[in-house]
Design a protein around this ligand. Structure first.
Ligand code: HOC
Length: 372
């Protein structure tokens, strides 16, 4: 689509021009000074590929980028990372993203904080995973997980880095928090366990909705969660379990010991803790700690096809892609998301082939120069 940007930075620039300032701030914003977000992308500067030549790989589009992760077959090792509150960008945000992912054969992970419900997304999605913000109420957590499994989710991704939201000055500056309140709570308002906690249905009046939002505020996060709680999740579902937001190899070990099938290295795109280690810099140690027992996934900083290649060379099985497609959703809806995903996939296919890899098995640590 020639009139749309051709790079991840291009999407960000266009979004800054076109989107509502508060919606842009919500997507672009990271924690505090935003050093973590900067570190996430600049960490890729330290890794350089040493491509191999004359490897007899096939041409563009004919290379095999397929992978199976947690029992889900993907045409490429890419998933749309869970991004919440997509109604800020598009009225049918999560539905459009799920459709685009299905069309391109990539995975999609639906956020608990989505604007469309689990069931609405389950209707249209191909292979999708459900991301759980484990609330401060196990009955509600269980209800979300059971709804997701009934709606066709193929895995549960428990995000553990967001028991409460990080300190995000861009949102605070624009008086954005009141603007956000009440958005991204469709899964709560439609949940029987959540509704049973309300004294009046949220549709009944503005006061009732306000009370529902306050109830949501009280339940959203769970600071008491421990690795052993995965045993409960294991009882609630037989779906594979990934734990997202892991940076320390000891946490990865504890989680795999506690039953996680995959560990997802991520710092939430830099949105939670400032001065955090770049996610890419945490990847190698986590792979070293648990890579022989669990799949390791990665997000936070992917902006190009060769970034995908670098993350895979460091041991990731697949990567999550976030902000660029979110900007594209806001700029151009469904066509924008498809365009953003296609660019990443084509760029990855090109980088892989030009590095001498016929399929993903060729992407190993040997492709990387020693980091500076
Ligand atoms: C109203 C906020 O993943 C983010 C999201 C968290 C969504 C919580 C809902 O902003 O990083």
């Amino acid at each position: 689509v020639p009139e749309l940007p051709m790079t991840a930075d291009g999407f960000a620039d266009r979004a800054r021009e076109l989107l509502d300032a508060r919606a842009y701030a919500y997507v672009a914003g990271s924690a505090s000074t935003e050093r973590t977000a900067v570190a996430n992308t600049s960490a890729f500067d330290r890794y350089r590929l040493v491509p191999r030549m004359l490897c007899g790989t096939s041409g563009p589009g004919a290379r095999d980028t397929a992978v199976e992760v947690l029992g889900t077959k993907l045409a490429a090792p890419v998933l749309t990372s869970p991004v919440g509150v997509l109604e800020l960008l598009h009225e049918k945000g999560e539905v459009v993203v799920a459709q685009a992912a299905k069309e391109l054969g990539v995975g999609t992970v639906l956020s608990t904080a989505s604007s469309a419900t689990i069931e609405e997304v389950g209707e249209v999605a191909g292979d999708w995973w459900y991301q759980l913000y484990w609330p401060a109420d196990d009955e509600l957590a269980r209800s979300f997980v059971e709804r997701a499994q009934r709606a066709g989710a193929k895995a549960i991704v428990v995000t553990v880095d967001t028991p409460s939201l990080g300190w995000r000055p861009r949102d605070l500056e624009l008086g954005h928090l009141p603007f956000l309140l009440g958005k991204g709570i469709a899964n709560y308002l439609s949940d029987p366990v959540f509704r049973a906690k309300l004294s009046a249905p949220p549709e009944e009046s503005e006061d009732a909705l306000r009370m529902a939002i306050l109830t949501w505020v009280g339940l959203f996060g769970n600071h008491a969660l421990r690795p052993a709680d995965l045993a409960k999740l294991r009882e609630w579902t037989d779906l594979p379990i990934a734990v997202k937001g892991v940076l320390h190899p000891d946490d990865a070990r504890l989680l795999v010991d506690a039953g996680a099938d995959a560990v997802w290295v991520s710092n939430h795109g830099g949105r939670q803790i400032d001065n955090s280690i770049a996610a890419l810099d945490a990847l190698g140690a986590v792979v070293g700690a648990v890579g022989d027992r669990a799949d390791v996934l990665f997000d936070s900083g992917i902006r190009s096809g060769s970034d995908v290649l670098v993350a895979l060379a460091l041991g990731a099985k697949a990567v999550g892609y976030g902000r660029p497609w979110a900007y594209a959703l806001g700029i151009a809806g469904s066509a924008g998301v498809r365009h953003a995903l296609r660019l990443l996939l084509a760029d990855f296919d090109s980088a892989m082939g030009l590095s001498g890899c016929a399929d993903l098995s060729g992407i190993t640590r040997d492709l990387l120069a020693v980091p500076r």
